[in-house]
Design a protein around this ligand. Structure first.
Ligand code: FMN
Length: 223
């Protein structure tokens, strides 16, 4: 008898941990300039975005949403990026402005993830908690894109908090663009990065001593 035998929902995914592990390892950043057409079709994109709905969401506030930037709106996004750079740096060269504009054109599919820090009232569920939910939603989306065979990247930058970008997206006070999400066919990828090891990020609470690092040499079960 395993733990999942007891529960009908978990029984449906029993034995899938190796597949999940492979999926988690397969997701890596493939920067927009290495993403080629085609991006996901409408049905695939719907499945990718729908994956976000499985994210934990304290108070069911839905404190995030995604803005799809279709081909017809890429130029407007590029102009907002360029204008943001111009406002930040009035000395920016035409080449730098063109480069800022071009960032909006690179990936076949582009979404902007937005955090809604104020929706639904609930001041006890603060922006940090809401951002955790947004991060989970974004990762679900990246993993579904990976499962469907697409490369993906998150990109950020000062332009995301700029007035031109906020105006273009029509963001209300309390809403904040978190990152761009690029999707497409992998044209080239870097070797996978070295991932941190469990001892790099797991600590164990020891009564009276606070959270202590787990020894990499320890063979003891910290539980
Ligand atoms: C919110 C967020 C914003 C990011 N913005 C950028 C970015 O602007 N440029 C970039 O090269 N990578 C960006 N990244 C991707 C990280 O650099 C990348 O995830 C990290 O190097 C780990 O690599 P991996 O995704 O391949 O595991 C961002 C990641 C997150 C979570």
């Amino acid at each position: 008898m395993t733990a999942s035998d007891q529960d009908p929902v978990l029984a449906t995914v029993a034995g899938s941990s190796a597949a999940l592990q492979a999926l988690l390892q397969a997701r890596q950043t493939v920067l927009p300039r290495r993403l080629a057409a085609p991006g996901p079709d409408a049905q695939q994109l719907r499945a990718i975005v729908a994956a976000a709905a499985a994210a934990p969401d304290h108070g069911r506030l839905l404190p995030w949403f995604f803005v799809l930037v279709p081909a017809g709106a890429r130029d407007a996004l590029g102009r907002a990026f360029a204008q943001a750079l111009r406002e930040r740096d009035p000395e920016a060269s035409p080449e730098q402005l063109a480069q800022a504009h071009e960032k909006a054109l690179r990936a076949p599919t582009l979404l902007v993830a937005v955090l809604d820090a104020g929706c639904g009232g609930a001041p006890d569920i603060d922006a940090f908690e809401r951002a955790v939910s947004a991060g989970c939603a974004i990762d679900n989306l990246l993993l579904m894109a990976t499962a469907l065979g697409f490369g993906s990247a998150l990109t950020s930058g000062k332009a995301l908090q700029s007035r031109p970008l906020r105006d273009l997206l029509g963001l209300a006070p309390g809403q904040r663009a978190l990152c761009c999400i690029s999707l497409g066919t992998v044209a080239a990828r870097k070797p996978p990065r070295q991932r941190p090891q469990v001892h790099d990020f797991l600590r164990v609470l020891v009564s009276g001593q606070g959270a202590q690092a787990v020894s990499i040499h320890s063979t003891e079960n910290p539980l």
